[in-house]
Design a protein around this ligand. Structure first.
Ligand SMILES: *[C@@H]1O[C@H](CO)[C@@H](O)[C@H](O)[C@H]1NC(C)=O
Ligand SMILES: *[C@@H]1O[C@H](CO)[C@@H](O)[C@H](O)[C@H]1NC(C)=O
Ligand SMILES: *[C@@H]1O[C@H](CO)[C@@H](O)[C@H](O)[C@H]1NC(C)=O
Length: 415
């Protein structure tokens, strides 16, 4: 399709967007699920690597394991394709089509498979001429693709931003969101819009992003290393005044996938990622091989108390309170609340690499927890109960190198 036709299509779609958060009723708490990308990438070699290539079999197997290993009952309920699922060409009607060798049953059958298991089905596309992997993008086909996704039974759409001009995104992402809405089928809308704009030096229009997307990326793709996870944590801390306030029920910052259970993170670092994603009110989207994950790592992903912090209905994103000598204090207000006072999750994170479990002494008051009746404090990974702690009481925790201590501090006055 020519640029002129693209402009005509976009022009016809100028629909006003309110300043409130997106109210499609979805993602009232951060989405949870499984996504192929970080672990399985664009491996399309099904002849030589049939068990790991991007194929319907891989997604069906992961869906089976989400259910049988108990992930689904904890809330992980979306199974999502990422890049490299389509054919390189659209069909004669201009519709996207799945790769016929790797997805012989077709996308509607795969969506149906998920639905029969009580799961939701996510798809990937790109607001550009191509996806990052060089497959067809949605430019010039916005309405066709939105309608196709609805017809196929898609529940969740991740829209990337390769091969697009970031300046067009302020128009394009809302246009596609409106087209998704117009289908009448509820679909969670995951955007990469601010990430591409920030990377090109633009200032994102957060008002419009919040009103358009259920979640959005704002920083680099996660890679399988602690360096990558730490860079994301630092970004979220350093830019919290700009981004934390944008999170809330229905609209979330997305620091990218959980890489727990893969190759790059130690056991301590895995707990750190899980704890920080809970503090961030981040989507919990695993990208791991569920066929072979070590039970120790599975237990981190399945920690009910940490998931409950992540899914707290207040939907307030946490903040970094201090960062000193490699030790960071982070807090997130959570329920139960009493009047203006909240309970809190508190993460003491170490980015130190020198051997010992480091003793850290703190008062809750120094973190802004001032309720005079105190807080019932528990450690969520070690299942340790510190009893009632008053704001001025000193407590000491030991934080392992690149590890975390995650405390839940429940208002005594709310009980
Ligand atoms: C997309 O492709 C059209 C048609 O070739 C071209 O005019 C347009 O500049 C391309 N857009 C981007 C962002 O590359
Ligand atoms: C479409 O948008 C309206 C107005 O925000 C909302 O009430 C409705 O739930 C949305 N429908 C879908 C299918 O997203
Ligand atoms: C940001 O988007 C909102 C909602 O679409 C719009 O009203 C506002 O003018 C935009 N702000 C800027 C600076 O473009």
């Amino acid at each position: 399709m020519t640029g002129g036709l693209v402009a005509a299509v976009l022009g016809a779609l100028a629909i006003s967007v309110g300043v409130q958060g997106l109210e499609n009723g979805l993602a009232r708490t951060p989405p949870m699920g499984w996504l192929a990308w970080e672990r399985f990438r664009c491996n399309i070699d099904c002849e030589n690597d049939p068990h790991n290539c991007i194929s319907e079999q891989l997604f069906m197997t992961m869906a089976d394991l989400l259910v049988s290993r108990g992930y689904t009952s904890l809330g992980y309920n979306v199974v999502s394709l990422d890049d490299c699922w389509p054919e390189h060409e659209r069909d004669e009607q201009g519709k996207l089509q799945a790769d016929s060798k790797r997805f012989p049953s077709g996308i509607p059958a795969l969506a149906d498979y998920m639905h029969k298991k009580g799961l939701q089905f996510g798809i990937y596309e790109d607001y550009g001429n191509y996806t990052c992997g060089g497959y067809p993008g949605i430019l010039g086909h916005l309405k066709t693709d939105a309608d196709t996704f609805a017809e196929w039974g898609v529940d969740y759409v991740k829209l990337d931003g390769c091969y697009a001009d970031p300046k067009d995104m302020d128009q394009g992402y809302p246009d596609f969101g409106n087209l998704l809405n117009a289908t009448g089928r509820p679909m969670v809308y995951s955007c990469s819009w601010p990430d591409y704009q920030l990377a090109s030096g633009m200032t994102p229009n957060w008002t419009s992003i919040i009103a358009t997307c259920n979640l959005w990326r704002n920083f680099d793709d996660i890679q399988d290393s602690w360096t990558s996870v730490a860079s994301i944590i630092n970004y979220y801390g350093d830019n919290q005044d700009d981004i934390a306030v944008n999170a809330g029920p229905g609209h979330w910052n997305d620091p990218d996938m959980l890489i727990i259970g893969n190759y790059g993170l130690s056991y301590e670092q895995s707990k750190s990622q899980m704890a920080m994603w809970a503090i961030f009110a981040a989507p919990l989207i695993m990208s791991v091989d569920l066929r072979s994950i070590d039970p120790k790592y599975e237990a981190i992903l399945q920690n009910k108390e940490v998931i409950a912090v992540n899914q707290d209905p207040l939907g307030i994103q946490g903040r970094r309170i201090s960062k000193e000598n490699g030790i960071e204090m982070w807090t997130r207000p959570i329920n139960p609340s009493h009047g203006d006072e909240h309970s809190y999750a508190v993460a003491v994170l170490s980015q130190r690499e020198d051997g010992i479990p480091r003793p850290v002494t703190l008062t809750l008051k120094s973190l802004g927890l001032t309720s005079s009746d105190g807080y019932h404090v528990t450690d969520l990974f070690d299942n340790y109960n510190l009893g009632v702690v008053h704001p001025d009481d000193e407590i000491t925790v030991h934080v392992n190198p690149t590890g975390v201590v995650l405390l839940k501090c429940v208002l005594a006055s709310a009980q």
